[in-house]
Write a protein that binds this ligand. Structure first.
Ligand code: CA
Ligand code: CA
Length: 137
């Protein structure tokens, strides 16, 4: 976990770099798919859902959400990923929904950079890392 400054452009640039984005998606998917069946079940997705920073966006940073509320939130997030409602998230669903969520988040941010605590190898963290590498070139 590290605190990074994130802005909408960082997210847009990351998502629009198709190749880099696809590599991170496949990478992340493979890591979450602990039984290697090519699908993410709810338990496997939970780790990802927890790294989406829904705390901050839904409850504000200082609020500890109540566990029931949180479980409902994760349920509904999982259903959002599972486009064909077959109870599992495949690579294509994972990619599409991650992209959609990241773009929605970037849109919400507007022009002001925000500080966020990001988990190592979350997509947002990758976006930040990619942006700082670009800045060095
Ligand atoms: Ca699996
Ligand atoms: Ca599905």
């Amino acid at each position: 976990m590290s605190v990074e400054v994130l802005d909408a452009a960082t997210i847009f640039n990351f998502v629009e770099d198709e190749e880099a984005f696809n590599v991170s998606i496949r990478d992340r998917f493979a890591r979450l798919d602990t039984d290697h069946d090519g699908l993410l079940c709810y338990a496997e997705m939970l780790k990802e859902l927890q790294s989406l920073r829904v705390f901050e966006t839904h409850f504000g940073i200082d609020v500890k959400p109540d566990p029931d509320e949180l479980a409902r939130l994760y349920d509904s997030l999982f259903m959002q990923f599972d486009h064909d409602s077959n109870g599992a998230v495949d690579l294509e669903e994972f990619k599409e929904e991650t992209k959609r969520m990241m773009l929605a988040m970037a849109n919400d941010m507007g022009f002001l950079p925000v500080q966020m605590a990001l988990e190592e190898d979350s997509f947002l963290k990758k976006a930040v890392e990619r942006e700082s590498k670009r800045a060095l070139v």
